[in-house]
Design a protein around this ligand. Structure first.
Ligand code: GLA
Length: 390
C-alpha cells in the first residue's frame, strides 16, 4: 500500500519536474512522524518515542549550473524563486522556508551550494502535529547531500534540518521530528535520548492494534509563540535551580525535591510546567519497558496520563483535543490516547483494537462535529522507514 502511494506520487512529481525544468530529477521521500509518549521532553534533554509514518514529503530535485533556486509546490500550485546569495526567511508563505532553511545550512557549513530546481509534494497534513515541516527539511537536506556529494551522516543532517526550523520557521523545536523523519525504521519506534542522542529501535508489534490519528482540524495558531514560551519557562526554572545545584543543566537532571525547594517559591505556574516534564520523562522510561514486555495496556494508561498532564499542567492542549481524548477514554477498544506534538490543535494519537476502529469513527465523528462545528478527519498510520531515495 505504502509502495503504491509512493510510486504514484513519485511519478506525478517526476512528470511535473520534466514538464517545467526538463531533465531527470533525484526523487526523495521523507516521512512525517507519530510520537507514542514523551511530549515536550526533547528540548528538556529527556527521552521521546517517535516513529516515521506512511505520510511523507516528496521532492523531485536537480542541481542547476547557476546560483538560482526555483521551487514548485505541486499541491498548492505555487512557485518561488530566489538567488542563493539572497536567501532569507520568507514572510508571507511558509513552505519555501523549510527548503531554503535546509539549503542555508550547507552554506553555513562552508559547503559550496549550487542552484537547484525542485518540485515538492506532500501528503503529511499541514498543522496536524505530524511534522509536515520536518519532513520537507529532511527531504531537502538529504537531497542536497546526495547531489553535492557532501558525505554527511544522517545525524549531522538531522541537526541541520532542526536548525532550518529554528532559523527559517522561527520555531525553537527540539530534535524529535527531524530525528524521526530521517532515522525511522519500518515497524519500530525509536527510543531517543535527546541529551546524548543515543537511540534504540524498539519493535512495535501492531498485531490487532491500529494507530489511529484523529485530526481536530484546529490550526494551531498559538503553536509557535506558546511553544517558544514553554522553552523559556523551562529555561527560567533551570536558572533558579542552578543557583543552588550548579551541576544541573536541564530538566532531565531535576527532581521533584529540587522543584519544591527552588522553583515553587519563585513561580507556581513555572513549577507546574516543570513538574509535568519531570513526570513525563519518568513515564516514558517506564512506558518503554511496558512496550518491551508487550504490555501495551500499561503503555496506553500512561498515554492518558500524559494527555492530562499536557492539558492541565503544561497548558498546551485545547478544548477540541480534550474532547477527543475524553470521548475515547471509557471505550474498551481504545488502549490509550493523547494529544500529539506541540499542541494547541492538530491530532490525537489513539491505540485502538483493530475490530473497534470502524465503530469508534462512526461514533466520534458526528459527536465531535456537533460539539465543535469543525470536521473530524482521521488517518490510520503504519510505521515506515525514514528519509530515502525512491
Ligand atoms: C514539536 C517540536 C518537537 C517537540 C514536540 C513536542 O513537534 O517540533 O521538537 O518538542 O513539538 O513534543
Amino acid at each position: 500500500m505504502q509502495k503504491e502511494v509512493t510510486n504514484k506520487i513519485a511519478t506525478t512529481i517526476a512528470e511535473k519536474f520534466r514538464q517545467i525544468f526538463q531533465g531527470e530529477p533525484l526523487l526523495i521521500r521523507s516521512p512525517g512522524r507519530v510520537n507514542l509518549i514523551g511530549e515536550h521532553t526533547d528540548y528538556n534533554e529527556g527521552f521521546v518515542l517517535p516513529a516515521a509514518i506512511d505520510k511523507a514529503a516528496y521532492l523531485a530535485i536537480s542541481l542547476r549550473d547557476d546560483e538560482e533556486i526555483h521551487l514548485v509546490a505541486h499541491d498548492l500550485n505555487e512557485t518561488f524563486s530566489v538567488n542563493i546569495n539572497e536567501m532569507k526567511p520568507v514572510g508571507d508563505i511558509n513552505w519555501p522556508n523549510f527548503i531554503l532553511g535546509a539549503a542555508a545550512q550547507f552554506l553555513k557549513k562552508g559547503i559550496q551550494l549550487k542552484g537547484f530546481n525542485a518540485v515538492l509534494m506532500s501528503d503529511v497534513p499541514i498543522g496536524a502535529g505530524m511534522s509536515s515541516s520536518a519532513a520537507i527539511e529532511c527531504a531537502t537536506t538529504f537531497a542536497l547531500n546526495e547531489l553535492l556529494h557532501t558525505g554527511l551522516d544522517r545525524l549531522e543532517m538531522v541537526k541541520m534540518a532542526q536548525k532550518a526550523e529554528h532559523e527559517y520557521a522561527g520555531v525553537m523545536c527540539g530534535i524529535m521530528d527531524q530525528f524521526a523523519s530521517m532515522m525511522g525504521k519500518k515497524n519500530n519506534v525509536i527510543k531517543l535520548d535527546c541529551r546524548s542522542l543515543e537511540y534504540e529501535y524498539i519493535p512495535f508489534r501492531l498485531e490487532g492494534i491500529k494507530i489511529l490519528l484523529l485530526n481536530t482540524n484546529v490550526k494551531h495558531s498559538l503553536a509557535s509563540s506558546e511553544y517558544n514560551t514553554r522553552r523559556t519557562e523551562c529555561g527560567k526554572a533551570i536558572e533558579w535551580i542552578r543557583k543552588h545545584e550548579p551541576e544541573v543543566s536541564s530538566l532531565r537532571d531535576v527532581t521533584i525535591d529540587m522543584l519544591n525547594k527552588h522553583v515553587l517559591i519563585e513561580d507556581q505556574l513555572i513549577d507546574m510546567r516543570c513538574r509535568f516534564i519531570v513526570q513525563e520523562i519518568k513515564r516514558l522510561t517506564e512506558g518503554c519497558e511496558d512496550l518491551k514486555l508487550g504490555n501495551i495496556h500499561a503503555l496506553g494508561k500512561k498515554m492518558f496520563l500524559t494527555h492530562r498532564g499536557l492539558s492541565e499542567m503544561y497548558g498546551v492542549s485545547c478544548k477540541e483535543l480534550d474532547f477527543l481524548v475524553n470521548f475515547v477514554h471509557s471505550k474498551n477498544e481504545v488502549i490509550g490516547a493523547r494529544m500529539m506534538g506541540g499542541g494547541f490543535g492538530g491530532c490525537t494519537i489513539n491505540l485502538v483494537m483493530e475490530e473497534g476502529v470502524e465503530q469508534l469513527i462512526t461514533e466520534i465523528k458526528p459527536a465531535y462535529e456537533t460539539a465543535t462545528n469543525l470536521p473530524l478527519t482521521y488517518y490510520i498510520s503504519s510505521i515506515e522507514n525514514g528519509t530515502e531515495i525512491i
